[in-house]
Design a protein around this ligand. Structure first.
Ligand code: SAH
Length: 238
């Protein structure tokens, strides 16, 4: 078994990538494509060096089926099954930069999907709690992360509208599906001083950053428009 050593963008945390059964390989070609992808994102306006470093480190092609590897480093969303998508790299960078993750932050991600965004949060030093409503995606993301070996990610199968009351409050909450409105339950699971990034709207969503200023006081900032798969209630067995 070959092992690659990766370094956290802060250079303090180290993780190892297990190349078990040779399925997960990260070649120089992949690394080169990844560098170009990050350059594209940077030119589109993302300047957060830690976020860009994390995206340069994490092999996005691990999160797509092998047959679609060629697509992994285009700045495009891609199908991951169950009618869902892995978000466009620019969108991942945009949301992560707005969230301003600090090492040690307890972060709830709603919409695990492929698990890629959770991986980026882990590389930024967050304690990640990620929840997914499709059982098949939840299982796949969990198994994949066991192979990749990223630390501090806990996977949950459930309805993100409920959040994770047993683990609340969170420093940060990141919603990666398009919501019709901001779920009150999630607002209540934010720490005072905590931040939630959530795309809100029907066909097109506006990125909102909501900061909890006090027990009942919240500040909302509006950013650019995006198009996400919908934030849906309940769970699905596949
Ligand atoms: N963050 C993902 C992108 C996922 S797309 C990634 O990095 O790949 C959005 C995901 O949100 C989909 O997988 C969808 O099934 C999930 N989702 C939608 N509504 C949800 C809900 N109520 N609770 C949990 N997950 C939800």
């Amino acid at each position: 078994m070959k092992e690659d050593i990766f370094y956290h963008p802060d250079d303090k945390i180290r993780f190892t990538l297990r190349e078990s059964r040779g399925r997960l390989t990260d070649t120089y070609r992949h690394k080169g494509m990844r560098r170009k992808m990050v350059e594209v994102i940077r030119r589109k306006g993302i300047r957060d060096a830690r976020v860009l470093a994390a995206m340069e480190q994490l092999p996005r092609h691990f999160y797509l089926d092998k047959a679609f590897e060629e697509w992994a480093y285009a700045d495009k969303p891609f199908s991951i099954g169950s009618g869902q998508t892995i978000s466009q790299p620019y969108t991942v960078a945009y949301q992560t930069a707005l969230l301003d993750v600090k090492p040690g932050d307890k972060v709830l991600e709603v919409g695990t999907g492929s698990g890629y965004q959770a991986g980026i949060l882990s590389l930024l030093g967050a304690k990640v709690y990620t929840i997914e409503r499709h059982k098949s995606l939840y299982k796949k993301a969990l198994a994949l992360n066991n192979e990749i070996g990223l630390a501090n990610i806990r996977f949950y199968f459930g309805d993100g509208f409920e959040g994770l009351p047993n683990h609340a409050p969170f420093d940060k909450i990141l919603v990666t599906a398009g919501a019709r409105e901001v779920p009150k339950t999630l607002l209540e699971q934010l720490k005072v001083g905590g931040v939630m990034v959530i795309p809100v709207g029907k066909d097109i969503q506006t990125m909102l950053r909501i900061t909890r200023k006090g027990d009942t006081e919240y500040k909302t900032e509006r950013f650019d428009n995006f198009r996400f798969v919908p934030f849906l209630k309940g769970t699905e067995e596949q």
